[in-house]
Design a protein around this ligand. Structure first.
Ligand code: BGP
Length: 462
């Protein structure tokens, strides 16, 4: 079969500021929660490599954009670091940051690469985190001021904006499962944090539209299709519905439909964890839905009704469900994530059928692999055939969804150059381009990067 994609399809990859730029604090960057956490608890990081040691994208603009070109990118997503642009979270703008982001955006545009710019990728400025971060309603005002500054500074050239990347992750990481700062455990705080992120998103969208810029604004969500263990068992079905509500629809529904799902509200009320809000917020959320949805897809959720008490002694979302391991599942052993390609198709079908077929694109999908130097050939190239297979198997399902009418406008792999990961540092490599940390951050295109160039040039593959 020939998998041809629609005209003007966006071929690209995604990264983020904190994972690629490097700190360069002498250039005025303030600390965010990752800088802080690394300073306080470096032992938590694999190989104790912290966020300061990345691919140093900050000083490699020309070289990296040339590599984007050489790997067939017509689009590329990264994020602005709030703590680089506004080091104290609110107030003064750092001129070195403006210069850097201007140069990056201009270099991308000069090479016909559409910049997709995200505003928040887990990187709360420390000053604001000390005031409670997303738990504190005042953070929303600081965020909207930051977003507005970005739109004003870069909005005549950037036409694709995103308010958040994966807003569930700060909820899970910071307030449920302890893998982000401030690593508290509170179901109630978690729900409040997610709610404030959504209100902040709607208010940033309102601010963008008020400026009258020509472009689209959206949000990037990691959607995890929830499959009930036994479709004929109402308790399993109800548990899967809760997991879908909590992890997906609590962001998808307000972002796209402008309102929260009734079943989720009922469940959260029964657990006494509904967030505090103002009635006027709901109007703002209703009137400021997204133009474009980014979908990160890595793995599904396998759900059954809870049978045994969960591992925490406090109320948790897990009161409503239990996950189980799919027998004989395909797995990425380095990250422990199930590989289930059809999940991307089910997700796109859900968006088509239940979310007005809103324009969307795959904003992340990819495979982290440990010790890829095992696959280096004599020419020094990593032969990552497993990545080519991973991407093409997912693309086939994206293609099928498009054939059936899904409004999918692009595919971005995670990631471009191997980058720093929140807790695993450089253990798992995801890039089209390898990074040699021992050799001054030398970049080498992997086999998958050369393959991707052909896919992009042919707008598809056989
Ligand atoms: C997503 C994040 C990315 C990236 C990716 C891979 O959730 O948006 O920032 O890190 O997952 O995950 P990890 O780096 O944890 O292996």
């Amino acid at each position: 079969t020939n998998y041809q994609f629609p005209k003007d399809f966006y071929w690209g990859s995604a990264s983020s500021g904190p994972q690629s730029e490097g700190r360069y604090e002498n250039d005025g960057k303030g600390d965010n929660i990752w800088d802080l956490w690394y300073k306080e608890q470096p032992e938590l990081y694999f190989n104790t490599i912290g966020p300061e040691k990345t691919s140093q994208a900050y000083t490699h603009i020309k070289e990296d954009v040339a590599l984007l070109k050489a790997t067939g990118h017509n689009s590329f997503r990264t994020s602005i670091q709030w703590s680089r642009l506004i080091p104290e979270g609110r107030g003064a703008i750092n001129p070195a940051a403006v210069k850097f982001y201007n140069e990056l955006i201009d270099e991308l545009l000069a090479n016909d690469i559409e910049p997709f710019i995200n505003l928040y990728h887990f990187d709360m400025p420390v000053v604001l985190q000390k005031e409670g971060g997303w738990e504190n309603r005042k953070t929303i005002d600081a965020y909207v001021a930051y977003a507005t500054a970005c739109f004003e500074l870069f909005g005549d050239r950037v036409k694709k904006w995103f308010t958040h990347n994966e807003p569930i992750v700060p909820v899970e990481g910071g307030y449920l499962y302890g893998f982000h700062y401030p690593h508290e455990v509170s179901f109630k705080a978690a729900v409040q944090v997610g709610y404030h992120e959504m209100l902040a998103s709607a208010k940033a969208i309102a601010a963008y539209r008020a400026l009258g810029k020509i472009g689209e604004i959206g949000i990037i969500l990691n959607l995890t299709p929830s499959y009930a263990r036994d479709e004929n068992n109402p308790s399993d079905v109800k548990a899967a519905q809760f997991a879908d509500g909590f992890f997906n629809r609590s962001f998808l529904d307000p972002s796209v439909l402008g309102e929260y799902p009734a079943d989720l509200i009922d469940d959260l009320r029964s657990a006494d964890v509904l967030p505090s809000y103002l009635v006027e917020d709901l109007e703002i959320i209703k009137n400021n839905t997204v133009d474009l949805l980014g979908i990160n897809y890595y793995q599904p959720r396998r759900i059954q009704a809870r049978e045994n008490p969960h591992e925490w002694s406090v109320p948790m979302p897990e009161d409503f469900f239990e996950t189980y391991d799919m027998p004989n599942k395909k797995i990425n052993p380095y990250r422990g994530w199930e590989i289930y390609e059809k999940g991307i198709y089910d997700t796109l079908t859900n968006i088509r059928e239940n979310y007005g077929n809103i324009p969307c694109y795959i904003s992340e999908n990819g495979m982290g692999v440990e010790d890829e130097s095992r696959f280096i050939d004599k020419q020094g190239q990593i032969n990552d055939d497993y990545r080519i297979e991973f991407v093409s198997e997912h693309l086939k399902y994206v293609h099928q969804a498009i054939t059936e009418g899904s409004n999918v406008r692009g595919y971005h792999m995670w990631t471009f150059i191997d980058n720093w990961s929140w807790l695993n540092a450089y253990k798992n490599r995801y890039g089209f381009v390898s990074l040699d940390l021992e050799n001054d951050g030398k970049r080498t295109i992997k086999k998958s990067g050369h393959w991707y160039k052909k896919v992009s040039e042919n707008n598809g593959f056989e």
